[in-house]
Design a protein. Structure first.
Length: 139
């Protein structure tokens, strides 16, 4: 593990999970390898927050976000950049339609057809709108 930096205001992301990587990296597993996207998203830091979205191919969560993940560390290797996160289940999953109606127009371009292991940044206002009426089940 290597991240020791922490920014004053977190950045927000949507991280997509699908069947392709589900056995090695399930949504509740706490690890999100970025692979070839490593350089593009190496600015993700400890304290940043991800909405953990499951695609239509993810068994058990069909096109919904069951939780958020708070980045607790990052790890860089020769092959990938891995985000380590704390899985925090939501009071109720956020369906895709709610996410679509809550995020901005530019963000929707990324969310048209996200495949497994795809991540993109969203505004804090989009994140807040997406979670409206839900709460985090803190352990």
């Amino acid at each position: 593990m290597s991240t020791t930096r922490l920014r004053a205001t977190p950045k927000y992301f949507i991280a997509a999970f699908g069947e392709k990587y589900a056995s090695a990296h399930p949504v509740h597993g706490g690890e999100y390898p970025l692979g070839r996207l490593s350089n593009r998203y190496s600015y993700i830091m400890k304290g940043d927050v991800m909405l953990l979205y499951c695609t239509g191919s993810y068994v058990g969560h069909y096109m919904e976000a069951p939780a958020v993940g708070v980045i607790v560390d990052t790890e860089t290797s020769a092959k990938e950049y891995t985000l380590h996160y704390r899985y925090l289940q939501l009071s109720e999953p956020v369906p895709r339609d709610t996410i679509n109606s809550s995020i901005g127009a530019v963000e929707k371009d990324y969310f048209i057809n996200p495949g497994a292991n795809f991540i993109f940044e969203i505004a804090s206002t989009s994140f807040q709108a997406t979670l409206k009426g839900r709460y985090i089940n803190w352990p």
